[in-house]
Write a protein that binds this ligand. Structure first.
Ligand code: UD1
Length: 337
């Protein structure tokens, strides 16, 4: 029989794709979301994709009274905790808000879980916890450092969970360090749909392709990389969702907590990503070379071997599939579809 899983932030970009992956594998999920960075129609779209209605609790993960009601109303086998703030630049301006939502949110959730006797947790972390890496590909035992308040909150959450698990062996925690998730579900009904102007590369290229921005600014072509532009490990969000499924099933099988990178192990440059998006759109897109963006690093590429060995997880989808699905989603959204 399938598990029942609480997805905090379940209407968001990665949470929504994970719900689809869970249902395809015979599990079910309840969403908790405050819809601060998700559209209100995502639950209906998830129902269309999966063929069954979705139970949604609307609210803030820091709301302890709400959490108590939620855990009293459902018997959860596990929780996947996506709900968080995630913009690095904004975190520099609003560190206390980031600490409140991300760290206080996790603590409130974990205490509500403990009170309800639920101890399996999959936690969304980030490759940003590696800071400026010394070498790549990056294994999970590389040095960790926070170079922004956002990274600080994710490292603090990881450490809080390590300490909780050390103190109480009932905790089974999967920590997933995402590299750069991009792309959209093959239905083009859900995808990355930021409520604010995008800072990330692929959503920004989408805006250029829609004619809403004049040109992509390539942040530096003098990095120590083959074409001088930044190299990242882009992972299709549907692969990333499957990584969550593998982590969850590892915990459900009692095989223990883990910390794993979710990436492909392949580096793709900004110009290579632009070229792939141009293939998806079928025409050239304007770009210009701009100065380096403060805080950027030259290369961020995962060593994905632990996820393969431990969880049997390998990302399969190509850069072209990522860009084609991202474009299918944003172009459909732009025409009201
Ligand atoms: C950022 C966040 C990271 C987060 C990830 C996914 C930082 C330092 N890191 O990673 O925590 O997990 O997004 O949401 O913010 N680029 C351009 N022009 C643009 C936008 C980006 O050239 O308009 C380049 C960047 O310089 C970089 C690459 O594209 O080389 C990827 O950038 P981006 O998509 O913002 O992701 P990261 O910075 O890697």
């Amino acid at each position: 029989m399938g598990a029942t899983v609480l997805l905090t932030g379940g209407a968001g970009y990665i949470g929504s794709h994970t719900l689809v992956a869970l249902r395809a594998a015979g599990h079910d999920a309840v969403l908790l979301d405050d819809f601060s960075n998700a559209r209100g129609d995502v639950p209906d779209r998830l129902a269309r994709i999966t063929g069954a209605p979705v139970t949604v609790w609307r609210g803030d993960v820091r709301d302890r009274a709400l959490l108590a009601r939620l855990f009293a109303a459902h018997r959860f086998d596990a929780v996947i905790h996506f709900a968080a703030l995630k913009a690095v630049g904004e975190s520099v301006e609003r560190p206390l808000d980031y600490i409140d939502v991300n760290v206080t949110g996790l603590v409130a959730l974990a205490q509500a879980m403990r009170a309800a006797g639920v101890f399996r947790l999959v936690f969304s972390s980030t490759a940003t916890v590696y800071g400026t890496p010394e070498a790549w590909p990056i294994p999970e035992d590389a040095a960790l450092r926070h170079e922004s308040p956002y990274a600080f909150t994710k490292l603090t959450c990881e450490e809080a969970l390590r300490q909780a698990a050390a103190a109480d062996p009932r905790w089974q925690v999967g920590i997933l360090r995402y590299f750069n998730p991009v792309g959209a579900h093959e239905s083009a009904l859900i995808g990355e749909d930021p409520q604010q102007p995008p800072n990330n590369l692929v959503p920004y290229i989408g805006e250029v392709a829609l004619g809403r921005r004049p040109a992509l600014r390539v942040f530096g072509n003098d990095w120590p990389t083959p074409d001088g532009t930044g190299l990242r490990d882009y992972i299709h969000v549907e692969d990333l969702a499957e990584g969550h499924l593998r982590s969850l099933e590892h915990l459900l099988a009692g095989r223990g907590g883990h910390v794993v990178n979710l990436g492909t192990g392949q580096g793709t440059s900004v110009l290579e990503m632009l070229a792939a998006y141009e293939r998806a759109v079928g025409r050239a897109l304007p770009h210009e070379i701009a100065p380096r963006r403060p805080g950027d690093v030259a290369v961020l590429v995962a060593d994905p071997s632990r996820a393969a060995a431990l969880l049997g997880f390998r990302a399969r989808r190509t850069i072209d599939a990522m860009c084609a699905s991202a474009w299918a989603f944003v172009s459909r959204r732009a025409t009201g579809g």
